[in-house]
Design a protein around this ligand. Structure first.
Ligand SMILES: [Fe+2]
Length: 260
């Protein structure tokens, strides 16, 4: 399995990669090419282009939840495919895996929709929509977890995550972790019936958490034997420093790759 961060808040590469407040990760496993989230805009498409990654043959698009820093780029991708179709490219059907509430509007305090930028009718025929609240196998070792039974917050019941069962242990790939990282880890262990956790990568939802809450999470992750965490997207230096007292914290950013 090879994982490439197409967009994150930061980048550390010395070529033309961009960062934005969003997340998009490409996972290549078996013969499938899975796009996990689409960032906020078309930045993930630009970054993929600069990394020589072809998005035309993506087989699956998995959306962690509806917030537009994860789904905003979806219609940009759809437009790219439409343009490619027009000039004669073959665009195979793509499976879209998401929670049934993916198109439900999410209003912010100014009543602006910060959910998916469109509705089900705006989705082209070449996307095959697969809604599920249950765990769903994307490849033999990659599982979409579906709805978490326990959640730290009731506002985002639609958020899910991916888990990859590697020989080194579980790799948890998180979008924003509104449900709480500990809940995600517990559910990933239950679904896979495995308890060894190799790594966690993705959004950790720690920007607004107190030092005490982050410390509690660090202690929990240490007790779970999590070997390393790559906190990206919704994390800051303060949270990384606190977590680093309990487990290995590594950087992930636009252009970062992880292979197992
Ligand atoms: Fe987010």
């Amino acid at each position: 399995m090879e994982l490439t961060v197409l967009v994150d808040n930061n980048t550390q590469k010395d070529y033309d990669l961009l960062g934005e407040f969003g997340l998009s990760i490409l996972i290549e496993d078996e013969y499938r090419k899975i796009l996990f989230d689409c960032g906020y805009s078309n930045v993930f498409i630009k970054n993929a282009y600069h990394m020589n990654i072809d998005l035309a043959d993506v087989t699956d698009i998995v959306l962690s939840h509806s917030h537009n820093d994860h789904t905003g780029g979806f219609l940009w991708l759809q437009n790219l495919y439409k343009k490619l179709l027009k000039v004669g490219f073959v665009i195979n059907n793509k499976r879209v895996v998401a929670h049934p509430y993916i198109f439900k509007p999410h209003l912010d305090e100014n009543f602006a929709n910060i959910g998916f930028p469109g509705d089900e009718n705006s989705i082209s025929d070449f996307f095959e929509l697969t809604y599920t609240k249950e765990p769903f196998k994307i490849t033999e070792n990659l599982i979409y977890l579906g709805e978490f039974p326990a959640s730290d917050s009731s506002e985002d019941p639609d958020e899910s995550a991916l888990v990859y069962t590697s020989k080194k242990g579980l790799i948890i790939i998180s979008g924003c972790a509104h449900a709480g990282l500990a809940n995600i880890v517990e559910y990933a262990k239950k679904v896979t019936n495995q308890s060894k956790i190799y790594a966690i990568i993705g959004g950790v939802h720690l920007l607004q958490k107190s030092d005490t809450d982050i410390k509690k999470l660090g202690i929990y992750l240490q007790r779970q034997g999590v070997q390393m965490i790559y906190p990206c997207h919704c994390c800051d230096l303060r949270a990384k420093i606190i977590l680093s007292k309990y487990l290995t914290v590594k950087e992930a950013y636009s252009g970062f790759k992880l292979s197992v």
